[in-house]
Ligand binder design. Sequence first.
Ligand SMILES: NC(=O)c1ccc[n+]([C@@H]2O[C@H](COP(=O)([O-])OP(=O)(O)OC[C@H]3O[C@@H](n4cnc5c(N)ncnc54)[C@H](OP(=O)(O)O)[C@@H]3O)[C@@H](O)[C@H]2O)c1
Length: 189
Amino acid sequence: MRTQYFTASSLDGFIATEDDSLEWLFPLGDLDDSSYPEFIAEVGALAMGSATYEWMLRNAKKVAAETGSSWPYTQPAWIFTRRALPAIEGADLRFVQGDVGQVHSQMRAAAGSRNIWIVGGGDLAGQFYDAGLLDELIIQIGSATLGKGKPLFPRRVLSPRLQLLSVRQMGGGMAELRYEIRTVGNNEV
Ligand SMILES: NC(=O)c1ccc[n+]([C@@H]2O[C@H](COP(=O)([O-])OP(=O)(O)OC[C@H]3O[C@@H](n4cnc5c(N)ncnc54)[C@H](OP(=O)(O)O)[C@@H]3O)[C@@H](O)[C@H]2O)c1
């Protein structure tokens, strides 16, 4: 069982514009050309922050047109927020807040031998990292820069902790990088 942060990023390290748009991302590549099909088949539970969830709420029609459902995940999902947010029909959701460690235990129990997907954003993935609970980063780097926006992973993680496992080219628009986060004593390394 691995806890994985799988996401797409601009070349300069942003996963969305400041106003949470992903329009820059869609022309760059097709998710089916990434490791997503194999990846999602092994996911048993997923977590996201409220901005990511609210993108799903705002874009429910677009998501449904592309995937056949406004909530394309069959796995149980944990949504981090301190606010009351509307549910999406048909989605298996839990609204949670605070310590990611306790939530991770619940997710592990639900996922069994399958993996845990941290969908985003970057700081939420960072909270799992801070707690020593993040095993891998799987990042599709897009051939685009944004200048500013929502950060990919606002943490300082240096070699030898971060190890590149593989690189996969997705045409001229993206490259997927897979990193392992190694345990090397403490998070100061
Ligand atoms: N490029 C991609 O493939 C990709 C992937 C994923 C997401 N995205 C996009 O990237 C953007 C991410 O936005 P973001 O960086 O703002 O991150 P986010 O994690 O989606 O949302 C952050 C918000 O989640 C809530 N939150 C986070 N940790 C919490 C905790 N421990 N307890 C309670 N609430 C917590 C807080 O909001 P409240 O308490 O106010 O609710 C916080 O402001 C979104 O636009 C999303 O659509 C892109």
